[in-house]
Design a protein. Structure first.
Length: 516
């Protein structure tokens, strides 16, 4: 019901626009947008050999479900210049890398927040935010894999290997084939509040026998966690030159995908039931993870399922389930999931899919995923777009490069502790009229709020990084918030993955150099 409303609403109220280097692309005929998709292309695959529906005539000979022979590769040339002295952005990355290693990956390596006892932050009194650990651990793994490819720093490789083993543990501690935990750690009082506490919470499971004796895990896992898991494992497989690690990733990815296919694309928990948090895997996630899985394993069953989702008849399903208009106003974190999912999909579709299928996916990403998030003071989303979204460098001033540098510069230095923001000054922003419309409508018709969720007034334009709410990962939250948010608590420190992943991704794609 609610998804149908959000499919209809944007069609009525908005049109989709794509930004060029410095202006909106208003000419829909015979030009090339900033993401490199020729407007003359139509969205049909070349299953009709009598019609050449894109500029690549060879594509007419490819079948509708074409997948290139396994294996293929698409990684940047490792020709980075590491000779200069580290500039401000690299120094900040080094500080966050060290801070995360020393404070935010206790026990087996899973990413968590840390509470400190004193202003010097020398003694940790508790860990928090383990409920979303799998997602941020996956993004952290991606950051360290990229860091290693750029710098060849052995510490980055050591970090990545440790985290692959951690995410392998997230999978196997559940003792349910293919079911990944949200978190895996020790029954330590810094994080585990006792058996009685655990038994009262349906998500908590303590282990008293077998290879994981003395550990606990957090369940009711959502597709959010799987998204981060696939993102990190896929980058580690490509960028970490350790065959034992690659074999582990290969086996784990095979196990997870085969379980999901066996269960008709639902996450099934230890009790044999769908989890109570987003257990259904939407079509774009399926396509992305199948692409990852085929790239990593080469398995025939994964290839055949992937080919099904490449058929033209499934394009409408992909597009309808990929509409992100709702995420502008409620559930903004969904935008983070889409960018996690689409990065490797676009990267690998360049080498595995037909040119027509790749162009279709590229256009879908730009028309339906990376829309209101474009140039929204989010260097994570911006680096995904610049790296795989068809971005073409512009003559200075390039708004994408400029904002990427501005946002990374504005991000506070380590440690990233919680801070309070008062309501934004009304003189500094204009209200977004669509948010006003929906807020007032939902106040008059409360049933809509129950179905869709509440919508507050929002700013029309995004706020820069210093005016965005503090959080475990600030770039999954809306930059359009005008209300007060956060807490003044310098002892509550977040992991800093929200700096590490955009910085190392931008470095990997050579938008940021060591001396910057």
């Amino acid at each position: 019901m609610s998804r149908l409303l959000w499919i209809i609403i944007p069609t009525i109220l908005t049109g989709i626009v794509v930004l060029g280097c410095s202006t909106r692309d208003s000419n829909n005929a015979d030009d090339t947008d900033s993401y490199g998709d020729d407007d003359t292309n139509v969205l049909d695959d070349d299953s009709n050999s009598s019609v050449d529906d894109d500029s690549n005539s060879d594509d007419d000979t490819l079948p509708d479900d074409y997948v290139a022979p396994w294996p293929q590769s698409n990684i940047e040339e490792p020709d980075y210049d590491e000779t200069p002295e580290a500039g401000f952005l690299r120094q900040k990355a080094e500080e966050y890398d060290l801070w995360h290693l020393n404070n935010h990956q206790p026990f087996y390596g899973g990413t968590v927040g840390a509470l400190f006892a004193d202003a010097d932050r020398t003694t940790i009194t508790a860990y928090y935010d383990w409920g979303d650990s799998c997602e941020w651990t996956g993004l952290y793994l991606g950051s360290q894999s990229l860091r290693y490819h750029v710098t060849r720093d052995p510490q980055a490789k050591t970090n990545a290997i440790r985290i692959v083993h951690a995410l392998d543990g997230y999978l196997h501690i559940t003792q349910t084939p293919g079911f990944i935990a949200r978190y895996w750690g020790k029954q330590d009082p810094l994080i585990y509040q006792g058996d009685e506490w655990c038994e009262e919470n349906k998500s908590c499971h303590h282990v008293e026998s077998g290879p994981y004796t003395g550990d606990f895990w957090w369940g009711e896992t959502s597709r959010d966690m799987y998204s981060g898991w696939f993102f990190g494992m896929t980058l580690a497989y490509d960028l970490i030159d350790d065959e034992e690690v690659r074999s582990m990733i290969r086996n784990d990815v095979s196990e997870v995908l085969n379980a999901l296919m066996d269960h008709h694309w639902f996450i099934i928990d230890e009790e044999g039931r769908p989890t109570d948090a987003a257990p259904d895997i939407l079509p774009p996630f399926r396509l992305s993870w199948l692409t990852d899985g085929y790239h990593i394993t080469g398995e025939q069953r994964i290839k055949e399922e992937l080919q099904k989702w490449l058929l033209n008849k499934n394009r409408l399903s992909l597009r309808l389930s990929d509409i992100t208009f709702i995420n502008r106003y409620t559930g903004y974190f969904g935008n983070c999931l889409w960018h996690e999912t689409w990065y490797n999909l676009l990267r690998l579709s360049k080498v595995y899919f037909s040119p027509d299928d790749y162009n279709f996916l590229l256009k879908m990403f730009n028309d339906e995923v990376h829309t209101f998030t474009r140039l929204s003071h989010n260097p994570w989303f911006n680096s995904v777009f610049m790296g795989q979204g068809g971005y073409k460098r512009c003559e200075p001033p390039d708004p994408y490069q400029e904002q990427l540098e501005q946002d990374l510069n504005d991000f506070p230095p380590a440690p990233h502790f919680r801070y309070y923001l008062p309501p934004r000054d009304p003189l500094t922003y204009a209200l977004d009229p669509v948010s006003v419309f929906f807020h007032d409508l939902f106040e008059r018709i409360p049933i809509l709020k129950e179905i869709i969720g509440g919508i507050d007034y929002q700013a029309k334009d995004p706020f820069p990084v210093p005016l965005q709410c503090s959080a475990d990962f600030i770039f999954q939250w809306s930059p359009f918030v005008i209300n007060e948010c956060g807490e003044d608590n310098p002892l509550k420190v977040d992991p800093g993955v929200d700096y590490l992943i955009p910085y190392w991704l931008a470095s990997y794609h050579k938008f940021i150099s060591k001396d910057m």
